[in-house]
Design a protein around this ligand. Structure first.
Ligand SMILES: Cc1cc2nc3c(=O)[nH]c(=O)nc-3n(C[C@H](O)[C@H](O)[C@H](O)COP(=O)(O)O)c2cc1C
Length: 484
C-alpha cells in the first residue's frame, strides 16, 4: 500500500508542479498576455501549418464553437490569422502569425529544457527503463479509459482461417515496401506458421528498366518472389500462407493483384485507402482478401460495399493503429485521438466482425513484444501484424545499413513526414529529412536510397517502437516469444 500512496502522491504532485512551472515561465516571459490553454491552442495550430477550424478542434478534443471563441481572442492579440484559400474562397483556414510561431517555439523550448533537466537527475543507463515504466503506466491508464468488455482468458494464439486458408499461428509479417520483405522473409515467416507477406510497392526498384517502365519491372520481380517463396515453403508441414500486399492508391492495382494471384499468392492484403472494389480485381475465392483499415467506419464501408456489389465478405481485417510503421491511415491532427482510442477501436471493430461468418481481426501498430499483443488480445484481437519487429531479423531482405539504422535508433530520433497524399509516415530522423523537410517529391527518392543502403540521402520508415530493436534475431525467435 505504501508504494501505491507514494506513486499516487508523485503523479498528482508532478501534474501540479508542471502546471505551476508553465505558469511561472509565461509570467516571466514577454508573453504575459497568453494563458496556458491559449499556448496549447497555438501549439495545436502548429508552426508553418495551415489548418481548418475543425482540424484544430479535433486535435484539442473540443467543439468548433468553443475553439472559435478562443481563436477570436488569439486573432485580436495578433498570434493567429484567418485566411481564405485561393482554390476555394468558401474555405477559411487559420495559421500562426510570426508572433504566434515565436510563442510556440518559446513554449517548446521551455518544455525541452524542463524535461532535459529532469531527466539529467536519472543515471544515464536507467533512462530507457524509466521511459518504459512511465510508458507502461500511460498505456495502462489509456486501457482503463475503455476496459475490455469481457475476459478473453489467458493469452494464446489460436489458429485462424482467412477464408479457406489456414493460418496455424496468427502472426502476420507486415509488408515492408521497396524490397525489404521479399521471398526470404516471407518464406521464413510462413514456415513458422504465420502469414509471410511480400510488398508489391516498388519491388522492382533495382531492375535496369525500372526508371523507364516501373510496372513491367515490378510485375517481373513480384512474380519471381512469390514463386520463390512458394517454392521455399512447399515441403513445410503446418505452414502459413504467402501473401502479397498491394496499395489501393496504386494506379496499377489490378495488374499487381492479377500478377500476385497468377504467381501463387494465397492472400492479398490491401492498404493505403478503403478498398471498396478489391474483389473486382480478384475473382478467385480461394485467394483470401484482407483489407487494412484505420477505423470501424472504414471496415463498415468495405463490408457493405463488398456484400452489395460482389456478394463477398472480407476474409479478415487488419486494423492499423497510429503507432505503426509506413504510411498511416489517419491525418497527423487525428493521431493523438487515434492513439487514445486504440483499444476502444479494436473492441468496436471486433464487435462489427462478430456479426460476420468468419472474419478474424488482426491488429497492428506498435505491437513489438508479447506484452503489446497481450493488451490488444484482451480487446478482441485474433492475431497480430508486426512490421518493425521483423526488420531486424536475419531473414529480412533489408540491407545491413538499414537494419543498423534500426539498431542505433533512439526513441527521440523518430519523426513524422507527410506523404504526397497528405498522410503521415514515421521515419528515423536523418540529414536527408532535415535537408528536404516536408517536400513530398523527395520521399520516394529517399525511401529508395535507404533501401539501397545510402542513409545519408535516405528515408528510413519505421514504427514507433523501433527504439526497442537492440539485436539481430531470427524469425523463429520471434515466434517462440509469442507462442511459448
Ligand atoms: C519499412 C516499412 C515499410 C512498409 N511498407 C508498407 C507497404 O508497402 N504497405 C503497407 O501496407 N504497409 C507497409 N508498412 C507497414 C507494415 O506493413 C506494418 O503494418 C506496420 O509496420 C505495423 O506497425 P509496426 O511497425 O509498429 O509493427 C511498412 C512499414 C515499414 C516499417
Amino acid at each position: 500500500m505504501d508504494n501505491v500512496k507514494k506513486i499516487n502522491d508523485i503523479l498528482v504532485n508532478l501534474f501540479n508542479v508542471v502546471l505551476k512551472l508553465e505558469e511561472k515561465a509565461i509570467q516571466g516571459s514577454t508573453r504575459r498576455d497568453l494563458s496556458i490553454t491559449e499556448l496549447h491552442t497555438l501549439a495545436a495550430v502548429g508552426e508553418g501549418k495551415t489548418k481548418t477550424m475543425s482540424q484544430v478542434a479535433a486535435s484539442l478534443k473540443i467543439n468548433v464553437s468553443t475553439l472559435t471563441a478562443a481563436i477570436n481572442k488569439l486573432v485580436k492579440k495578433g498570434y493567429v490569422e484567418r485566411f481564405r484559400i485561393p482554390e476555394d474562397r468558401r474555405i477559411v483556414k487559420i495559421r500562426l502569425t510570426d508572433e504566434g510561431a515565436a510563442a510556440v517555439r518559446e513554449h517548446e523550448a521551455f518544455h525541452t529544457a524542463m524535461i532535459s533537466e529532469a531527466i539529467s537527475q536519472i543515471p544515464e543507463d536507467q533512462v530507457g527503463k524509466f521511459i518504459e515504466s512511465i510508458d507502461n503506466i500511460n498505456e495502462y491508464l489509456l486501457m482503463r479509459k475503455h476496459p475490455p468488455a469481457r475476459d478473453p482468458g489467458p493469452f494464446t494464439l489460436k489458429p485462424i482461417k482467412l477464408g479457406k486458408i489456414l493460418v496455424p499461428v496468427p502472426i502476420f509479417q507486415g509488408a515492408l515496401s521497396i524490397g525489404l520483405s521479399m521471398s526470404t522473409l516471407a518464406a521464413a515467416v510462413a514456415k513458422e506458421g504465420g502469414v509471410g507477406i511480400i510488398a508489391a510497392s516498388k519491388i522492382g526498384f533495382r531492375e535496369p528498366d525500372y526508371s523507364s517502365d516501373p510496372l513491367t519491372a515490378n510485375k517481373r520481380i513480384l512474380t519471381r518472389e512469390v514463386r520463390r517463396a512458394r517454392e521455399l515453403v512447399k515441403d513445410c508441414e503446418n505452414r502459413g500462407p504467402i501473401g502479397v500486399n498491394v496499395m489501393w492508391s496504386s494506379r496499377h492495382l489490378q495488374d499487381y493483384v492479377e500478377t500476385a494471384a497468377a504467381a501463387g499468392a494465397e492472400v492479398i492484403i490491401c492498404g493505403a485507402g478503403v478498398p471498396t472494389n478489391l474483389p473486382r480485381c480478384c475473382k478467385d475465392k480461394k485467394i483470401a482478401l484482407v483489407p487494412i483499415v484505420s477505423s470501424k467506419r472504414a471496415a463498415n464501408i468495405i463490408i457493405r460495399n463488398w456484400a452489395k456489389k460482389y456478394n463477398r465478405t472480407p476474409d479478415g481485417f487488419i486494423f492499423q493503429g497510429p503507432l505503426a510503421g509506413g504510411y498511416l491511415g489517419v491525418k497527423e491532427f487525428q493521431m493523438e485521438a487515434a492513439a487514445e482510442d486504440f483499444y476502444k477501436n479494436i473492441a468496436d471493430i471486433k464487435g462489427e466482425l462478430e456479426a460476420l461468418d468468419n472474419c478474424p481481426l488482426i491488429v497492428c501498430g506498435g505491437i513489438y513484444g508479447r506484452e503489446d499483443a497481450e493488451k490488444a488480445y484482451a480487446y478482441g484481437a485474433d492475431g497480430f501484424q508486426m512490421g518493425t519487429r521483423f526488420v531486424t531479423t536475419r531473414e529480412c531482405d533489408a540491407c545491413e545499413e538499414f537494419k543498423n539504422a534500426y539498431l542505433n535508433c533512439r526513441e527521440k530520433d523518430v519523426t513524422i513526414i507527410t506523404s504526397p497524399e497528405g498522410f503521415p509516415g514515421r521515419v528515423i530522423e536523418s540529414p536527408y529529412v532535415k535537408r528536404t523537410g516536408e517536400d513530398p517529391r523527395c520521399i520516394t527518392k529517399g525511401l529508395i536510397n535507404a533501401a539501397m543502403g545510402d542513409l545519408e540521402n535516405g528515408l528510413v520508415f519505421c514504427g514507433s517502437k523501433v527504439y526497442k530493436a537492440d539485436k539481430i534475431e531470427s524469425v523463429a525467435d520471434i515466434f517462440q516469444e509469442f507462442t511459448r
